[in-house]
Design a protein around this ligand. Structure first.
Ligand code: PLP
Length: 390
């Protein structure tokens, strides 16, 4: 029995995933397998550290302790072989704010930002909020999963109006953990065409056995000098509500410009509990994380064989990382609007709609399998019931 077999009731905790799902999907009794957080308790060490700090009772202004930096530095070194320095770390209250600030700080009106669709839809918001244009280097689906079209990437990066690229590594939603060769090519092309690389590595700890995440800034000095890497303990340890992430920026000029943009939002210090949680998770959460990866792998294996046996019309893409499964519903022959209505009101399974992720997302939906096995079983049974009734 895994520690993740314990069923956690999340309803009634003002939880976005469960408490507003009916409203968000305009469907009653819909099962939430959408937003990227997990139906699991964080490691006990994290909860204990928060309780210890909470019982002190005074929550005035805080500073970032050395132990916070040490925990992050040691984590990146231990888990990903990346040696970073304290001066490279810029706190952010989430990866999304970091992306917004990067676009604000490093693009000007008329500039364009490159993304690789289908991709986490908030990337588009971080671009449009500044009235910049998104340029898509669409990922190519092959028999072996998605690949980067490097010729198209180079052509688009060579447009002088393209000054920044937001790169998702590992990739949400297609689940790729990019290889060293792919990372080298992406980084070299950005350097060659003078495009700043912003790497969203929020899913980097959630990598299945047989794959290895490589921080893109760790591959060369040239890469480090041209990259902002965003990391967080939030996906890994289910801490998104504690709003704590970090941008790692080795280049001092880029670091200073990023922090200047951050100052405009009047953000100065991390949340006390977010800092405590990051430290406890990185210092004491490793064994828990290994168990989590096993549980997620078992959930995926279950999903894959269940679909093959019971619902072959729906094809899952085997992920190399993340707990987000890209499901291909194209055999149903529905338009994006029809698929959405079908999933919400007939199957009553709340999934992130493929078209939200941009070009190439049509006909797909994203399922979050970081849930109790019984939730997964229920979600799959509902899909089958609805598809059988078509
Ligand atoms: C690729 C990616 N980046 C960022 C986020 C959210 O970041 P945060 O909650 O730290 O702002 C998510 C959440 O799903 C994500 O998948």
């Amino acid at each position: 029995m895994s520690r993740f077999d314990k069923k956690l009731e999340r309803r009634g905790t003002d939880c976005m995933k469960w408490d507003v799902v009916d409203k968000a999907f305009e469907a009653e009794g819909i099962i939430p397998m959408w937003v990227a957080d997990m139906d699991f308790e964080t490691p006990r060490a994290v909860t204990d550290a928060i309780i210890r700090r909470a019982t002190h009772g005074a929550f005035g202004y805080n500073v970032v302790p050395q132990s916070y930096y040490d925990a992050l530095i040691n984590w990146l070194k231990r888990r990903h072989g990346w040696e970073i320095r304290k001066e490279w770390i810029a706190y952010t209250p989430g990866v999304i704010p970091a992306l917004y600030w990067a676009v604000g700080a490093f693009t000007k009106p008329g500039d364009k930002v490159l993304v690789q669709s289908p991709v986490y839809y908030v990337f588009y918001n971080a671009i449009s909020v500044w009235n910049r244009e998104a340029v898509c280097n669409q990922l190519v689906q092959t028999e072996d999963g998605y690949r980067i079209d490097f010729a198209d990437l180079e052509e688009k990066l060579s447009d002088p109006a393209v000054t920044l690229m937001i790169f998702c590594s590992p990739h949400n939603p297609v689940g790729r953990v990019w290889t060293r060769e792919e990372l080298e090519k992406v980084s070299q092309l950005c350097v060659k065409h003078n495009v700043l690389l912003v790497a969203d590595e929020i899913h980097s700890d959630l990598v299945f056995r047989g794959h290895k995440h490589i921080p893109i800034a760790s591959i060369s000095e040239e890469a480090a000098n041209n990259t902002i890497v965003c990391v967080a303990p939030s996906k890994t340890f289910n801490l998104a509500g504690l709003a704590t992430a970090n941008a790692i920026i080795p280049n001092k000029k880029i670091y200073d410009a990023f922090c200047a943009e951050r100052r405009k939002s009047a953000i100065h210090t991390p949340d006390i509990f977010g800092m405590i949680a990051l430290e406890a998770a990185y210092d004491h959460g490793e064994e828990w994380l290994e168990d989590l990866i096993d549980y997620l792998q078992a959930n995926y294996d279950y999903l894959e064989s269940w679909l093959a046996e019971n619902l072959p019309q729906v094809k899952p893409l085997r992920p190399e990382g993340t707990y987000l499964i890209w499901l291909d519903f194209k055999s149903l022959g529905m338009s994006s609007e029809e698929l959405k209505t079908f999933l919400n009101t007939k199957a009553r399974v709340a999934l992130d709609q493929g078209y939200w992720f941009g070009k190439g997302g049509e006909g797909f939906a994203r399922m979050n399998i970081a849930c109790h096995r019984s939730t997964l079983e229920e979600g799959l049974a509902r899909l089958k019931g609805a598809i059988d009734a078509l």
